[in-house]
Write a protein that binds this ligand. Structure first.
Ligand SMILES: Nc1ncnc2c1ncn2[C@@H]1O[C@H](COP(=O)(O)OP(=O)(O)OP(=O)(O)O)[C@@H](O)[C@H]1O
Ligand SMILES: [Mg+2]
Length: 449
């Protein structure tokens, strides 16, 4: 392996000699005289490793070390130090230098240590990649649920993950669309390839196009470098197009073309380039309706709709709620091992099963975490729940527009609802409603007819 090595010394000849030797050993070494020029070079160019003298005027080896680690904290730095400043060299190692050599040293030693440092870094990167892979696999196991709809879903995912066609995941917000997209990726033959996610709603149209397809250098103002684009980055893996329903009309045609030809063309021109990326799209919009309303292209819809996966809302699989509560509780304590231990009382679980959960699993997860953080005792009970979860609007208040009741009755019902929100706290309720607490007492003492 040929590495790009920067060699720095106050003594230009020394730097050159070391660099020449590294060249001889097959590396691309560059010598620089003095720390200042070295720091500037590190800002501008890529190096795999740095060999630097420690004591230099103005900008010394510590500064070079810091600069080398600013761009990439794993970049190996090897210190060359004069006999007599070993203390400084040790300090440099303490600050993250890989090794130090005391002058005079054999030039072979530099080569040995540079190569050893790079091999070491390679191993660490490999490890990190493996760890990421394991995490993602855990992500797959993190799909919790044993209800019939989920069992059917697992079966479908298993089959779909082994195909190459586009997938369209639909479902309300928080039902686990992204989780399922990742599960498809790690469950299939592309697991070792990249998983690239892009949120189509978060980026402006012009930017989204160059994000997806890349751009040539100078394609537009500010395009100082050519960019590959996410399709190309997802080569051999999965491209996750989140919130596909928000993709602007102009781009829908270009996306369709990419899906049909399996090739992309960068903004600014150039040849089409074949890409092999599996497309998984997700949306919480009703795309069929968007097609009817002409805000989503029909042809693109059918192209994506080859393998549709619909995720049920949480209220359609309430049986899974106890499992999810356990799951999120365990996860919470894994992440916050010092948080006070609490568990959910049976009534609390029963109540959590009944709630409507418009925000689905995400809302449940957030609620569990809030309860574990803010609960007062070892057992989370209904009182804790009422502090954290707003009671749903009573039908009578929610149906303001459809049911006509005397204002007095409505006021009374609304008051009761706000009281429930505050856990029966009349003073707080009065503050929220902008009335005196005495008014509340008076209203409550009056019988509702
Ligand atoms: N079946 C499930 N088992 C365990 N956790 C889940 C499940 N479904 C969703 N979650 C968790 O709920 C949260 C929301 O899921 P995710 O981000 O995948 O939802 P989404 O459908 O993409 O939502 P949105 O439409 O708002 O982007 C995440 O923390 C996810 O890990
Ligand atoms: Mg999402």
């Amino acid at each position: 392996m040929s590495a790009r090595v920067l060699v720095v010394d106050d003594d230009g000849e020394m730097a050159e000699m070391v660099a020449d030797f590294l060249q001889g050993a097959g590396h691309r070494a560059e010598s620089i005289k003095g720390g200042k020029a070295a720091v500037a070079a590190l800002k501008k160019r890529e190096f795999d490793a740095v060999v630097t003298d420690l004591r230099m005027d103005e900008v010394d080896g510590f500064d070079v070390l810091a600069a080398a680690h600013t761009g990439d904290p794993t970049r190996p730095v090897i210190i060359m130090t004069a006999y007599g400043s070993v203390d400084g060299a040790l300090e440099a190692v303490r600050r993250g230098a890989f090794h130090y050599l005391t002058k005079p040293f054999k030039l072979e030693e530099v080569v040995v240590w540079v190569e050893r440092a790079l091999a070491d870094r390679g191993l660490r990167r490999e490890n990190e990649k493996l760890r990421k892979l394991v995490d993602e696999r855990l992500g797959f196991r993190n799909l919790v649920g044993k209800s019939p709809v989920m069992v059917l879903l697992y079966d479908l995912l298993e089959r779909v993950s082994h195909t190459a066609s586009p997938v369209l995941i639909t479902g309300e917000s928080g039902t686990g669309k992204e989780l399922v997209a990742r599960a498809l990726h790690v469950g299939g033959p592309r697991a070792t390839g990249p998983f690239v996610a892009v949120n189509c709603a978060a980026i402006s149209e012009s930017l989204l196009e160059s994000e997806l397809f890349g751009h040539t250098r100078g394609a537009f103002t500010g395009a100082t470098e050519a960019k590959k684009g996410l399709f190309v980055e997802a080569e051999g893996g999965t491209l996750f197009l989140d919130e596909i329903g928000e993709i602007p009309p102009g781009l829908q045609a270009k996306l369709l073309r990419a899906l049909e030809t399996g090739a992309v063309r960068a903004v600014g021109g150039g040849a089409e380039r074949k890409v092999d990326a599996r497309i998984v799209a997700a949306t919480n919009r009703d795309l069929a309706r968007a097609v009817r309303e002409r805000s989503f292209r029909e042809d693109l819809y059918y192209r994506l709709h080859v393998l549709p996966i619909h995720l049920p809302p949480l209220r359609a699989r309430r049986d899974d709620i106890p499992l999810l509560i356990d799951h999120f509780t365990v996860r919470f304590y894994e992440q916050q091992p010092d948080a006070p231990r609490r568990e959910f009382s049976a009534e609390a679980v029963r109540r959590l099963i009944e709630l409507p959960w418009p925000g689905n699993v995400r809302e449940l997860k957030n609620t569990i975490e809030r309860l574990l953080l803010l609960g007062r005792g070892k057992r989370i009970d209904l009182r804790d729940l009422s502090q954290v979860i707003p009671e749903p609007l009573p039908e009578s208040v929610a149906a303001l527009a459809s049911e006509i009741v005397p204002l007095r009755v409505l006021t009374r019902r609304y008051l009761e609802w706000v009281l429930a929100q505050t856990g029966g706290n009349k003073v707080r309720t009065a503050q929220l409603l902008g009335i005196d607490a005495s008014t509340i007492y008076r209203m409550l003492s009056r019988e509702e007819e």
